[in-house]
Each structure stands twice: as C-alpha cells, then as structure tokens.
Design a protein around this ligand. Structure first.
Ligand code: PLP
Length: 288
C-alpha cells in the first residue's frame, strides 16, 4: 500500500573542517507530501485502518504539526476522509498558516479546540467520546506516535546505516521517531536526539518505547521551546542551505543541525566519528 510511493532517499556527506564525517540521510525527499519520518509513522497506521474497514482517520496536532499535513495528504491519497483536532480555538478566526492550509487543501476537516480540551487528547474517556462521535474513524495520537508508528520508524535505518555509522542523530518532537531508531540501531551506535521542545518529560516518553540505553537526548538547542525561533537560528538555516544546498525548516531540522554543528565544534564526538543525521522533512512549514 505504501512502499511503492516512496522515492529514493539519497545520502549527502558534508565537507566539514573536522575529522568527523557528517552524512545526511534525506528522508525529506521520500515523498513530496508525506514527508520524512511521517511516511514511516503513518504507514502501518493507515494499513491498520484499512484492514479494520474504517473510512476516516482522526488525529491531533498543533498549528505547526507536520503530522497533520502529512496525514491529510496520505488519508486523501488512500481514500480516507480525515479529521484534525487542532489545538487553539483562536485559530478558527485567523488565516491558516502554510501547514494548516496544506492540510485543508488535502481535504482535512479542521476542528479547533480549546487548550483545555486539547489537553485531554490522551485520556481514555475523551477518546471514547470521540470514537462514538466518529464511529468510522481510526484514531491516531498526536504526532502519530503509537506502537504502529514505531514499527514503521524501525524501518528508517538500513543494514548499511546500522553498520557504517557510529552516531545516528534526529530531531525529536513526540519521540516516536527516535524510539524506532534506537530499537533498530546496533549496540555500538549512539542515537542522539535534539529535542524541539523544552523539558525532561520526553525522556520518559521515549523510555516507554525502548529498554535500550545507547541513546541520549538534549534540549539545549530548542531555542526557548516548540516552534520558537530567533535570528541566530534563522541565519544558520539560511547559511546551511546556501552552503550545502539542503533545505531545513525552523521547527525541527534547523535546531538539530545547529546543535550538531555546535557539538562538532566543541569536539564532543571522538575523532573520525561517522555521524548519520536523519533529515526528517517537514519543509512545507518552512519560513521563507
Ligand atoms: C514530526 C517531526 C519530527 C519529530 O518526530 P517525533 O517522532 O514526533 O519525535 C522531527 N522532524 C520533523 C521534520 C517532523 O516533522
């Protein structure tokens, strides 16, 4: 159902003034609309929805959720209706940002809810109520992170990726992607996550998905929190694109790459380390 629409994801090794080797795996190119890690996260969810004979996909996200945009396209492509429960009532009366506009263009019904209601998104009772309201819906959690997503994100690393690199890096939002990378990494690899949000709760979330310990997470490069930016970050994003011809976006991948450059400069990695950074996509939300 899914694999035949995947495009090749090339590798690009950057010329750096350092002994470490930094290679980018361009998952952003896997599909023009189901971009990056979301391709892998949605794959087994949509298959399950289809197997259960359901006709709608219902999911949750904030205004900058690439998961919302990717789900809208994937649902439409595979013949489902889609419903997005979006955080923030005030958004209902504003112009849609590029991410929400993309979702609406792909046919997603957007339901804007208060922050108080959005906070219930993991509560069994609330989910039951939604299921009653939408009996034909397959409900996917925020960011798409569930056991089916993990099954998908474990397919990101190829056998060569497991053998040819010492460090695997990715940006982290809800943790489903890094958990899959950790589960599929080889024992001698370090999986390093750059959190797009402030706070320690994510470590516990990730630990729910994996018993392995060859990983670490930093929020030192979240620039104040989710979807927050500053001029330094935006300048870096522009510099990186010009230097390496690889587009980044400000919510996830620019923060990861800026953190990675900083750690390389601080000589955090042993000499000659081979680093594979996963470009998780999300470019429809990029500030121009
Ligand atoms: C969603 C997203 C992430 C975070 O993935 P999680 O599995 O939620 O941690 C990282 N990068 C990009 C570009 C994303 O869209």
């Amino acid at each position: 159902m899914f694999d035949h629409i995947a495009l090749p994801t090339p590798y690009q090794t950057l010329a750096l003034p350092s002994s470490v080797q930094l290679t980018i795996k361009r998952l952003d190119l896997i599909h023009p609309h189901i971009s990056g890690n979301k391709f892998y996260k949605l794959k087994y969810n949509l298959l399950a929805a289809q197997q259960q004979g359901l006709t709608q996909i219902l999911t949750f996200g904030g205004a900058f959720s690439n998961h919302i945009a990717a789900t809208a396209y994937a649902a439409q492509h595979f013949g489902f209706q889609s419903i997005g429960i979006i955080r923030g009532e005030e958004l209902a009366t504003q112009d849609l940002n590029p991410t929400l506009q993309t979702a609406q263009d792909f046919g997603m019904q957007l339901h804007f809810v208060s922050r108080a209601e959005y906070r219930l998104r993991h509560e069994a009772e609330y989910l039951q109520q939604l299921q009653q309201q939408y009996p034909q819906a397959f409900i996917v959690p925020e960011g798409g992170s569930n056991a089916l997503a993990l099954k998908g994100t474990q397919e990101i690393l190829s056998k060569d990726d497991q053998e040819n690199y010492d460090v695997i890096c990715c940006a982290v939002g809800t943790g489903g992607t890094i958990a899959g990378l950790i589960e599929s990494s080889s024992a001698q690899q370090l999986v390093l996550g750059f959190s797009a949000l402030k706070g320690d709760f994510l470590k516990q979330d990730i630990q729910q998905w994996t018993n392995k310990s060859n990983w670490s997470l930093t929020d030192a490069y979240c620039y104040g929190g989710y979807a927050k930016t500053n001029p330094e970050l935006l300048q870096f994003m522009q510099y990186f694109e010009q230097q390496y011809a690889i587009p980044l976006e400000q919510v996830y991948t620019a923060k990861m790459m800026m953190g990675l450059f900083d750690l390389i400069q601080q000589q955090y990695f042993p000499e000659n380390s081979r680093i594979l950074a996963i470009h998780t996509g999300g470019l429809q939300g990029r500030l121009k």
